[in-house]
Design a protein around this ligand. Structure first.
Ligand code: RIB
Length: 307
């Protein structure tokens, strides 16, 4: 039994700019880099760096970017046998601008990710029946996500959904009915509930609305404030770790990986959220998405104050 991740794989093209462009404006970047990204890929790599070998189901093209992703995943020690190769369709990519404050703007061209079908997922049903926790995001077609959720639930897995990007209300309602643990950030939380969580009080109000949609466990990622959890009548705001953020791309994915790994290892929800906060915080201190994910030793050192 393990953690399974079903989701997107992209190559990220990230340009560092003084300030983000406004519509119609051209800005000059100081430098740019490319690397593995996509919320699914980022979460899978981060889970592996934290010491658990995940089952990773994702769809890429038979092209240069796809080859780059396969090479990166192999180098990270991930099993690539559950990657689905789509002939004649480009691998997904993301165009990212990051300004000096760490703030970013991301445009995703989903490519092969958006061609993942129910049948693609169905073929991997044995893998999904055999997982303890299934991690999902919403950069692949909802029909494929829904199919993965149902297979994993049949096997008794907990379903952890990162509702990014937030879909329309009807789709969201259907997915939420199959979700055990939901992890929106503040922007996603506002899109889902109409409430922008700024403190424990507003986060609690938003969490109540989300519980009514289905998930028994609500975790709101609040960036520099920390993370709010609500489950079984208990709730708390776990404060953020004090780090110097230079790039927040992929930090939410490292948070989710930390949460999944800690829960998989049997930690209590408050402890798991604290572990997730440390994992997410460390990812903001490095450039890149998947490559910014911390190792178990690094997370432990930050939590112990020995970093
Ligand atoms: O969560 C960050 C990710 O969002 C990036 O790696 C980018 O590819 C987009 O999917």
């Amino acid at each position: 039994m393990t953690i399974a991740v079903v989701g997107s794989s992209n190559i990220d093209f990230a340009a560092r700019v003084t300030s983000l462009p406004t519509p119609g404006q051209t800005v000059l970047a100081k430098k740019y880099s490319t690397g593995a990204g996509g919320k699914g890929c980022n979460q899978a790599v981060a889970v592996a760096r934290l010491g658990v070998q995940p089952t990773f189901i994702s769809k890429i093209g038979d092209d240069m970017l796809g080859n780059q992703l396969v090479a990166t995943l192999r180098a990270e020690g991930l099993d690539v046998e559950n990657l689905i190769i789509a002939p004649d369709i480009q691998t997904g990519m993301a165009l990212i601008s990051i300004e000096e404050s760490g703030e970013n703007m991301i445009t995703v061209a989903g490519g092969a990710n958006m061609t993942m079908t129910r049948e693609d997922v169905h073929e991997k049903q044995d893998r999904l029946h055999g997982c303890d926790i299934l991690m999902l995001q919403l950069e692949c077609p909802v029909i494929a996500i829904d199919c993965a959720m149902k297979h994993a639930r049949e096997g008794g897995a907990k379903i952890m959904l990162d509702p990014a990007p937030v879909p329309d209300r009807v789709v969201l309602r259907d997915l939420m009915a199959l979700t055990d643990i939901i992890t929106p950030n503040v922007t996603e939380c506002r899109a889902m509930t109409g409430i922008l969580p700024e403190d424990a009080q507003t986060a609690s109000e938003a969490a109540k609305i989300i519980h009514e949609m289905g998930p028994a466990t609500v975790i709101i990622k609040m960036g520099g404030i920390g993370a709010f959890y609500s489950a079984d009548g208990q709730s708390d705001l776990i404060p953020a770790f004090n780090v110097t953020a230079i790039d927040t791309v992929g930090a939410g994915d490292s948070f989710n990986a930390g949460l999944a790994v800690a829960l998989y290892k049997g930690q209590s929800l408050p402890d798991a959220v604290r572990f997730a906060c440390a994992s997410g915080a460390l990812a903001t201190t490095r450039p890149g998405a998947a490559e910014a994910a911390p190792t178990l030793d690094q997370v432990t050192a930050l939590m112990d104050g020995t970093a």
